[in-house]
Design a protein around this ligand. Structure first.
Ligand SMILES: Cc1ncc(COP(=O)(O)O)c(C=O)c1O
Length: 458
């Protein structure tokens, strides 16, 4: 049995949680239209819906919050954040945003047109939707290994460089306003991208004068994977590795609710001064003045501290080992996951547990619902509910290659016994898999439907 790492912190304050009775869980799901996003959090026992904004801040971050400068313009807290951002990312310009998608919206508003195509290893849902909302086409060019669920490769988040080169040649360069890469690759299992690959991607984009932006939500976890897995990096600090990665890019955006361990916040950073000016104008229109960008001064302080803490190697070692522990125990229970375990989450291969449920009946949704009904566990479907869409040319439904359920682990929140409980419930479901049925959508908006769709069990 794999070992659970000893947590490198002790608990100073607790938040009570409760497992509602089975009848309460059934009633809550019915009321929520079987969409786990619509459940009141009070009805959830273990909440693995997301690792975004759900981490436990440190005493240092809470102390920093008390020092927040709430000045409208030029707050001291902004300069603290600027210091952390420059130390890690090194871009000369940045604006804070209230979260990652606000940064994506600004970038898309300024750069994406209806003729645009934006390549990445894999865009996450909000990035994809922000590009589509401006009429552009997000294109995923991750390497094929990413789709081999059981294959253990060190950097399954890597972009396929040949596909990238072919894609650029087949698309007019002027139609590619920027290129991207997501580290780690959330939509593909939280798998890391190697430094070598990021360098290769950077060289290709720059050969064609395409600005290169990194979606940096989980950059610190990615850096620690590089340190552990990539030749030549074992003796470098995660901060040095981050410096080397971001030196390859023209900009980055970050939902800081992930690796900066804050409950809210993000930023958009860049090298190009002209772009920065346009970004500021867009920010002022929608988010706020460029020194707060929709955040309170105290949020900027928590973020400035959290960015540095997120790179702490003691913490990162525990973090990746906890995720690894959950993944290995789920595998021991006979449930397939994307291997090896990723950084922030375990991705269960729902399609292969529920082979009897076709993609049109949402096997991932069925497993997510079962996890809640059986054990009060909240997860998220990353399959056809999230990604199936009508092809704009053919009008045909396009289904994703994998039907996954993600168990995202909030940072510094749950302990070994919580992880063991999740494994027990999953095993119970897998052992009785034929008893579960698919779902039908009764309501769904056009974009980002998974957040608000309603379902009916079949
Ligand atoms: C890779 C990636 N990019 C962007 C986002 C969007 O960030 P936010 O939720 O802060 O808007 C997320 C959030 O989950 C993400 O995982």
């Amino acid at each position: 049995m794999p070992n659970h790492p000893a947590e490198p912190f002790r608990i100073k304050m607790v938040e009570p949680i409760r497992l509602p009775q089975r009848e309460e869980r059934e009633a809550a799901m019915k009321k929520a239209g079987y969409n786990l996003f619509s459940l009141p959090a009070e009805e959830v026992f273990i909440d693995l819906l997301t690792d975004s904004g759900t981490g436990a801040m440190s005493q240092h971050q809470w102390a920093a919050i008390m020092e927040g400068d709430e000045s409208y313009a030029g707050a001291r807290s902004f300069y603290h954040l600027k210091e952390s951002i420059q130390k890690i990312f090194g871009f000369p310009y940045f604006v804070p945003t209230h979260q990652g998608r606000a940064a994506e919206n600004i970038l898309a508003a300024l750069l994406v047109k209806p003729t645009s195509a934006i390549p990445s290893n894999m865009h996450f849902d909000t990035t994809e939707a922000n590009i589509r909302a401006r009429g552009g086409r997000p294109t995923n060019l991750v390497n094929d290994k990413a789709f081999e669920v059981g294959l253990r490769a060190p950097f399954k988040g890597n972009m396929d460089l040949q596909k990238l080169e072919e894609f650029i040649q087949a698309t007019k360069v002027e139609n590619i306003p920027f290129g991207s890469i997501t580290i780690t690759n959330n939509a593909g299992g939280g798998q890391p991208v190697s430094y070598e690959n990021i360098k290769g991607v950077s060289e290709i984009y720059h050969k064609y004068n395409i600005p290169f932006f990194i979606d940096a939500c989980r950059f610190a976890e990615n850096c620690y994977f590089i340190k552990q897995r990539e030749a030549g990096f074992a003796d470098k600090s995660t901060l040095q590795i981050a410096n080397e990665i971001f030196a390859l890019a023209d900009g980055a955006w970050m939902s800081s609710k992930k690796d900066a361990i804050v409950n809210i916040g993000g930023f958009l950073a860049m090298r190009d001064e002209k772009l920065y000016q346009a970004v500021c104008n867009e920010l002022i229109l929608r988010e706020g003045f460029p020194t707060y960008g929709g955040l309170a001064g105290r949020d900027l302080e928590a973020l400035a501290a959290g960015l540095m803490e997120g790179l702490d190697e003691n913490y990162l070692d525990y973090r990746l080992k906890q995720t690894g522990y959950l993944g290995e125990r789920i595998l021991e229970a006979g449930v397939p996951i994307i291997e090896p375990p990723g950084g922030h989450a375990i991705y269960i291969d729902a399609g292969s547990i529920f082979k009897h449920i076709p993609q049109s009946e949402f096997p991932g949704q069925a497993l997510s619902a079962a996890l809640y009904l059986e054990g009060g566990i909240r997860s998220v479907e990353i399959g056809s509910v999230m990604f199936a869409h009508k092809d704009p040319d053919s009008g045909q439904m396009v289904y994703p290659q994998l039907e996954l359920v993600r168990l995202a682990i909030p940072r510094r929140v749950y302990t070994q016994s919580h992880m063991d409980y999740v494994v027990e419930i999953l095993k119970k479901i897998a052992d009785n898999r034929q008893a579960y049925r698919g779902y039908r959508i009764t309501y769904a908006p056009e974009l980002l439907r998974h957040f608000t769709a309603r379902f009916e069990p079949l």
